[in-house]
Design a protein around this ligand. Structure first.
Ligand code: ZN
Length: 609
């Protein structure tokens, strides 16, 4: 199964990089106090998280993994409670992200509850069991991604104040809603959620192991951090903030604990190159601002920082090491940005740039800046996208053929599918896997099922040589889909109803409008006024387009509906017989409106037509 070319490529990686160096091993183990006892389970008995999932990583690197990724995966597999310095701890390897714990005057100050109620409660129990039982006196959420806040309900039974960056609510719920189904499906592939965990399957997630499979919830922040330089004393502990909004997340802060000489860079720095564009799909990020914010933190805090912690991966100890680490983290984004634009300004498009750009020399020593999560090629394409968009300027790209048409044309032009398979086999024997995958992918999209198994084999070999954990997962997920069809995982995807309940009316109705089926809406003219707990919105459908005008009480409508926010959520599921609903006017208009909307299936195909 593992080709000779893959074995040779992986051996070259092992020979070129200082993988036996033990500095990261020492840092990742530093201060270990107690292991997380697994498995963590849900109320229905299902397993949310089990650190034993990754015990296989204690072995030597198999042929089925890139040795650089294997080393990184071993480091991420260290789990439990770790003392960072007096009064500061981290729970790591209890979910995808880290929970940081700071001793306040009256209780624990927690930074970034994890992704699920169960995993965050388990991490807090580990803290209380190891360090002594105390209440949670405050919670900080560094940014808008759910691996840092969807576990809030597991740690907020004491009703602590919750601090978040300004504009947190504008993004935390809204970012995932409009495009949510598509990104959720692709997230299954990126995080390897449907893959077996093991040497031939999922081994790591780059910025952590994987995401917990528990209950996602939400609690609203009670206080917002707005500006760089803002200081707070939270339960007796001094915090000095630096805003990082627009870098790794649209709303994000970092902070210094001046009395501990600890700098928390949130997710702006990690022990890997991060994503300028996440492969699951989201708005592209700004690599230039990202580099600038790291430099601003370096200039502002370096003389007061002895330890750097992040909300993923392990810390960095020592003032000199912290400065070196931050310079290298800064420069991987600056290098990617500048060199992409240099090549673009020479006239190259995204494919040429990704193929031309060599990694900077410092990556052969600075392993923390290597592409275990984001990759240089992917981030160069993302930078191109940020500046120039998806179109590369060539006329042929204006109306590119969709994959099924293109595939059929290729197979016909090459003669027969057997010829395509022959050419692909030759490409594999020459170690030219991308060309082999291109040929076979055209055949698969031309509905030639005989190409599926060879393509799955090619994708697996690409995965086994891949240094990025998430790109490996994507290749393996593609291979799995080719072999078995798209996965159908129980309980995956779906709305975080706690979070959906916080959506503003504009976001809620914009998300509804995304579901309007334009064919069904042909020649339909319809208007409904909703009064949701006192807030009014008028929704109209005309010209096959749905538009929600917020606060409109004057335009003519077919019916008026009064209900509460919970009732509104029932509509999202297509349910019109909601309790406490009153309708005046044409009652059939509401049912008619609901019937014009599509529902989305999470398990659409990706690697197959
Ligand atoms: Zn994160």
């Amino acid at each position: 199964m593992v080709s000779e070319h893959t074995i040779v490529a992986n051996a070259a990686v092992a020979a070129q990089l200082p993988l036996a160096r033990n500095d990261a091993e020492r840092d990742a183990a530093h201060g270990w106090l107690a292991a997380l006892k697994g498995p963590v389970t849900r109320a229905d008995g299902g397993v949310v998280w089990d650190p034993a999932w990754f015990d296989f990583l204690q072995g030597d690197c198999p042929d089925t993994a890139n040795p650089s990724l294997w080393r990184h995966a071993q480091l991420n597999a260290k789990h439990g409670l770790f003392e960072v310095t007096e009064g500061v701890w981290q729970a790591r390897g209890c979910d995808y992200a880290n929970m940081t714990i700071i001793r306040g005057d009256t209780g624990w100050i927690l930074v970034d509850p994890l992704m699920t109620t169960e995993s965050s409660a388990a991490a807090l129990a580990l803290v209380n069991d190891t360090l002594g039982q105390r209440p949670v006196s405050a919670v900080l959420v560094t940014h808008t991604h759910p691996d840092h806040f969807a576990g809030l309900r597991g740690v907020t039974s004491d009703n602590p104040p919750i601090y978040a960056p300004e504009h947190f609510m504008d993004y935390a719920a809204a970012e995932g809603v409009l495009g949510g189904n598509h990104t959720s499906r692709r997230a299954v592939d990126q995080f390897g959620l449907a893959l077996p965990i093991g040497p031939e399957g999922m081994i790591d997630g780059g910025i952590g192991k994987t995401v917990a499979r528990g209950t996602r919830g939400f609690a609203r922040p009670t206080d917002y951090i707005k500006a760089t330089g803002e200081t707070r004393t939270i339960d007796g502990v001094a915090f000095e903030f630096l805003m990082a909004s627009g870098t790794e997340a649209p709303a994000e802060f970092t902070f210094l604990l001046p009395d501990h000489s600890v700098l928390c860079m949130a997710e702006v720095c990690t022990q890997t190159m991060h994503n300028v564009l996440t492969p699951r799909g989201a708005e592209v990020r700004d690599p230039l601002l990202w580099a600038r914010v790291i430099d601003e933190a370096l200039c502002r805090f370096k003389d007061r920082t002895d330890i750097l912690i992040n909300c993923h991966n392990w810390p960095v100890w020592g003032r000199g090491n912290v400065e070196q680490f931050m310079l290298e983290q800064r420069d991987i984004y600056k290098f990617t940005h500048d060199q992409t634009l240099r090549l673009a300004n020479h006239g190259m498009g995204p494919d040429e740039i990704a193929a031309t750009l060599d990694e900077p020399d410092f990556l052969s020593e600075a392993l923390h800046a290597r592409g275990y999560y984001g990759t240089l090629a992917f981030n160069a394409r993302a930078t191109y996208q940020k500046y120039y968009g998806f179109f590369d300027g060539r006329p042929v790209s204006l109306n590119a053929l969709p994959p099924e048409q293109l595939g059929a044309h290729y197979v016909k032009a090459l003669g027969r599918v057997t010829r395509v398979l022959e050419l692909a086999e030759k490409a594999v024997s020459e170690g030219n896997l991308q060309w082999a995958a291109t040929l076979l992918n055209h055949a698969v999209f031309a509905q030639e099922d005989s190409a599926k198994a060879p393509l799955a084999k090619v994708y697996r070999n690409m995965a086994y040589a891949e240094e990025s954990a998430i790109m490996r997962n994507i290749y393996l997920a593609g291979a799995q889909e080719l072999d078995q069809g798209a996965p159908r995982l129980q309980g995956a995807g779906g709305r975080n109803s706690d979070l959906a309940a916080t959506l503003g009316l504009k976001d809620w109705f914009d998300a509804m409008a995304v579901r309007l089926n334009a064919d069904k809406a042909r020649d339909v003219s319809l208007a409904i006024r909703f009064n949701v707990g006192g807030d009014v919105v008028t929704v109209s459908i005309a010209r096959q387009t749905e538009f929600a005008r917020i606060g409109d009480t004057s335009s003519t409508v077919d019916c008026a509906v009064t209900l509460d926010a919970a009732g509104l959520e029932g509509f999202a599921a297509g349910n019109s017989d909601t309790e406490g609903l009153t309708i005046t006017g044409d009652k059939t208009a509401l049912t008619k409106w609901l019937d014009l909307h599509d529902t989305f299936d999470l398990w659409f195909n990706i690697a197959t037509p």
